[in-house]
Design a protein around this ligand. Structure first.
Ligand SMILES: Cc1cc2nc3c(=O)[nH]c(=O)nc-3n(C[C@H](O)[C@H](O)[C@H](O)COP(=O)(O)OP(=O)(O)OC[C@H]3O[C@@H](n4cnc5c(N)ncnc54)[C@H](O)[C@@H]3O)c2cc1C
Length: 890
């Protein structure tokens, strides 16, 4: 028996009595059928504190908002004994769900595949529940109004995606047609109005009540006026109980769905407070009487001004107006504990005024409405505009989070609740969760000051379509390599990844006072401003030598007597190679999908140096830790990401430049490809050189100890003059690797893609036992449903046509058959180049299937013919190894 105080939790009876009656070490599987449990007899929803709470629950969910109810519903439906606790009540007036306007964007709004799929699932769920419980659910559609070119291209992209789910979306580009259909609008300067028919308005209170009824009907319990006070962590850092206002609940699994209060959930560990990369901001809207115009009904679409971030919904009984002008949003500070008096912010007319003005510009009759009620709620926003889902931390087992919906709670909650429920039951996510998984964030992302600076900007994008090239302007310059200022002085334009500033490209502008941070996003149509600079850098990397800062990459050292055994188990390639070897490998999950890809260099018999994608810093380490735990092997992990500056020396002259600075012979025999050596450069020692450039060119990445990085960098740049070396940025790397058909994790491969599907079976060693082997082997036997291809686009006018960005729809013989994942302009191939997946879930995708189709890609609602490659194209280059010359097109 573990006395309560030994667990760091000081409580009085009757909680102690409850705890004593259960053993924290007891294990029980998640129930496959609903069983009666607990001693509680109080009916949930009676508004009183319960004194007898259930003693056991498979899962305790904190928060009865959209998130908590959704996950509890999906769990209860699958027979899991779930108990939901809310400090207030279902759909209470202080919660985001209780103030939600009920507007739900259709799946076609979401360019990201994961979010698209999640939203599709939400729609299905809400539609079913609305039918069963008869709450207001109006498929009235939405009109996206576009005056700027960017908004125009965005609306065209939504239009293209809508073909995947329906054929009814309409793009109206004639102003008189717009007026004929929506006479209440002022259509001046509108270039297009996209009618998206699948957008919905629903009664969020009705939805929450329906979810609550479903939970109860499936044996789940909801305890209102019953706050979660602390989550108790016991042996093995596992959740074993949850302390609530009404008593203690024994559970192995806790879900933090406490909305903006999520970071206030306490733990009985030294790190007593939960730290989540989410922070509340105000969300304001005006609710007033009906517009005077005739013909307005429940089926009148919602209107969004894409250029002004303003939205309004008019029915025959009320009008709702909202907007996200950045100056009108405030980050909020919560009290230190739940007991303090904390009132929701009140609506600020001065701040809201601009939104009202923007709405009146598009719908002048709004000016005739009563002042109405200005409603202000609080919503959780995250640094990168995606929600937070999954295991809270590697050091606490059984603690999950679901929050940070960034103003899109309705599209996300249903599908994400289902995803998390499956995750809890199966122990691992069954889909690609890289965009939403909580472990994409580091502790730095939970810093309150960082969040307060960043989230109002994120909130300002609530109604906007933000492409993956988007760069925020706030909370920048947080992580910088030691050579940041040298690079800046050479003209670097920086973009942020994981808080790191990395050069995207180098301009001619080397004015030290200039703003060198890229903000906003790449244009969607026509040649971007950076094009000539990237063309120049590309040429240097392919013809001479380029120097690329790769410091942001995640770097781990793993060692110990069990390290080879561990890595052989988690890696699909054979990493048991001689000291000095480097292996490119995937770490697969049980389904064969990529948990990550990485290069692994053996630096001693029992020590390896792992380099993984920047966004994998925590995830890769967590995966290794998980398998150290499961295998009990003697292995340690050191995250050395911040100890090394990484320079990628790329191109045919890289060998000569490297020989000059090292004074060593670096012939292919001395230092072959895929090798690791520790080298000196000038006076500096301890530099880790790996002959893998991540873009298919000859070269080395140097991992330089930070304190000598400036010295080494200067020496390389000086020596590079003889070879006309140029600085190059991440965009050049992207151009190089996409042309060569190289995949990048997070963009082209994920936990949902296997090496067989992406054509990397040759890297897998089936002769050894590793995680995911059986799944991969089965795929090699039975074939796959999707296949990674390269698509070369024809008949594309580089100056005038929209540019592919990744996330375009691929058509085979006129029928949608997949999505692109990355895109770039191929300087050597002389055309736009996309990579992505061709899918066929019915009959599978064989090489014959691929080669027998004719392909098009929809870019901004314009279809272009495309040629398909299943293997890397032959790209001539000038180097000792590849003597054929070529000229990059410009
Ligand atoms: C004004 C406003 C309008 C919005 N309009 C829209 C819209 O039109 N469309 C859209 O898609 N999204 C909209 N959103 C966003 C959407 O409402 C939210 O994303 C969503 O409701 C969040 O749900 P949640 O369950 O995470 O949080 P919440 O709904 O806030 O629920 C969290 C719950 O946790 C409870 N809780 C907190 N701490 C504890 C504790 N210690 N113990 C027990 N219980 C606890 C709280 O009482 C609360 O009930 C809007 C948000 C706001 C603020």
């Amino acid at each position: 028996m573990v006395p309560v105080k030994h667990l760091g939790y000081d409580v009085k009876m009757p909680i102690c009595r409850v705890l004593r009656s259960v053993s924290p070490r007891t294990t029980w599987p998640l129930a496959s059928s609903v069983r009666a449990y607990g001693v509680d007899t109080t009916e949930p929803g009676d508004g009183k504190k319960t004194t007898k709470t259930p003693m056991k629950a498979d899962v305790v969910v904190c928060g009865a908002g959209l998130a908590g109810l959704s996950v509890a519903h999906h769990l209860a439906k699958k027979g899991v004994r779930v108990a939901v606790f809310d400090k207030d009540c279902v759909n209470n007036a202080h919660s985001a769900s209780g103030t939600c306007m009920g507007l739900m964007a259709a799946p076609s709004f979401f360019a990201d595949r994961t979010m698209h799929d999640i939203t599709t699932e939400s729609v299905k769920l809400y539609e079913q529940l609305a039918h069963k419980y008869r709450f207001m659910y109006s498929k009235c559609g939405r009109v996206y109004m576009a005056s700027s070119d960017l908004a125009l291209w965005n609306s065209r992209r939504i239009f293209a995606r809508s073909h995947l789910i329906n054929q009814d979306a309409e793009l109206v580009d004639d102003q008189s047609d717009m007026l004929a259909r929506w006479p209440m609008l002022d259509v001046e300067n509108l270039q297009a109005a996209l009618f998206s028919p699948d957008d919905v308005v629903l009664d969020t209170a009705g939805l929450c009540a329906a979810l609550a009824s479903e939970i109860r009907a499936n044996g789940g319990r909801i305890f209102e006026k019953n706050a979660v006070k602390k989550v108790l962590i016991g042996d093995g850092n596992k959740v074993f109980a949850v302390a609530t206002d009404g008593g203690l609940v024994e559970t192995r699994t806790f879900v933090n769905a406490a909305g903006i209060w999520s970071s206030m959930i306490k733990l009985n560990t030294p790190m007593a407070q939960t730290r989540i990369a989410m922070h509340p901001c105000t969300y304001t809207y005006l609710m007033t009487n009906a517009l005077p115009n005739s013909g307005i009904s429940d089926m009148t679409p919602v209107f969004v001004d894409m250029d002004k971030s303003t939205i309004f919904r008019a029915t025959d009984y009320q009008t709702i107006i909202s907007g996200f002008h950045q100056n009108g949003i405030s980050a909020l500070n919560l009290p230190n504990n739940l007991q303090s008096d904390w009132n929701m912010p009140t609506g600020d007319w001065d701040k809201f005024y601009l939104n009202l003005k923007n709405a009146m510009k598009r719908c002048p009759s709004i000016g005739q409405l009563d002042a109405g009620e200005l409603i202000c709620g609080a919503e959780g926003y995250t640094p990168d505009m995606f929600p937070v889902l999954g295991e809270y931390s590697d050091s606490v087992r059984g603690f999950y989070v679901i929050n940070g919906f960034n103003g899109k709670g309705l599209p996300y909650a249903g599908g994400m609740g289902s995803l998390l429920a499956d995750w809890i039951i199966e122990g691992t996510p069954n889909r690609d969760v890289s965009k939403v998984e909580s472990t994409r964030f580091l502790d730095l992302h939970t810093n309150p000051q960082y969040l307060v600076e960043r989230v109002p900007e994120v909130a300002s994008k609530t109604f906007e379509i933000v492409h993956h090239s988007h760069q925020c302007q706030t909370a920048r310059n947080l992580r910088m390599s030691p050579i940041y200022h040298q690079l800046r002085n050479k003209g670097a334009v920086f973009g942020e990844i994981m808080g790191y500033e990395r050069p995207l490209w180098f301009t001619n502008d080397v004015d030290p006072t200039r703003n060198s941070l890229l903000t906003g996003q790449d244009p969607l149509c026509g040649k971007p401003d950076w094009f000539p600079y990237v063309a120049r850098e590309y040429e240097a990397c392919r013809e001479r030598v380029g120097i690329i800062d790769m410091t942001s990459f995640a770097k781990l050292e793993v060692g110990g007597s069990g390290v080879v055994q561990l890595l052989q188990k988690v890696c699909s390639a054979n990493v048991d190679k001689p000291v000095g070897s480097t292996v490119y490998t995937g770490m697969q999950n049980e389904r064969g999908g990529y948990v990550t890809d990485c290069t692994i260099s053996r630096i001693a018999d029992d020590k390896f140096f792992i380099v993984a994608p920047t966004v994998q810093q925590l995830r890769c380490a967590n995966w290794l830790r998980r398998w150290i735990r499961e295998t009990g092997l003697n292995v340690y992990i050191n995250d050395v990401t911040s100890m090394y500056t990484a320079l990628n020396i790329v191109g045919p002259s890289s060998r000569y430049l490297m020989q000059d600075v090292t004074g060593q012979n670096l012939t292919p025999t001395e230092f072959p490809a895929f090798a690791y050596r520790e080298i000196d450069i000038g006076m500096a020692t301890g530099i880790r050189a790996i002959s893998v450039t991540h873009c298919g060119e000859l070269g080395w990445v140097l991992y330089i100890p930070n304190e000598v990085a400036q010295n080494v960098y200067d020496r390389i740049v000086d020596a590079g003059q003889e070879y006309s070396a140029l600085h190059a940025g991440y965009y050049t790397l992207r151009h190089l690797r996409i042309e060569k058909f190289y995949v990048y994790w997070g963009q082209d491969i994920s936990s949902n893609v296997t090496p067989v599907e992406c054509g990397r079976t040759f890297r897998v060693d089936f002769g050894k036992d590793f995680i995911g082997r059986d799944a991969l082997f089965a795929q090699t036997e039975t074939g796959v449903n999707k296949r990674f291809v390269q698509l070369l686009i024809d008949k594309h006018d580089r100056e005038r046509d929209p540019w592919p960005q990744g996330r375009e729809i691929i058509f085979r013989d006129g029928i949608p058959c997949g999505w692109t994942t990355s895109a770039t302009y191929g300087f050597t191939l002389g055309c736009q180049v996309c990579i992505g997946y061709i899918e066929n879930h019915e009959f599978g995708v064989s090489p014959v299937h691929i080669n027998s189709g004719s392909y098009e890609i929809d870019i901004g609602n314009k279809r272009f013919p495309a040629r398909v490659n299943m293997h890397s194209p032959s790209l001539p280059m000038v180097s000792s190894e590849h003597p054929i010359h070529y000229r990059p097109t410009q």
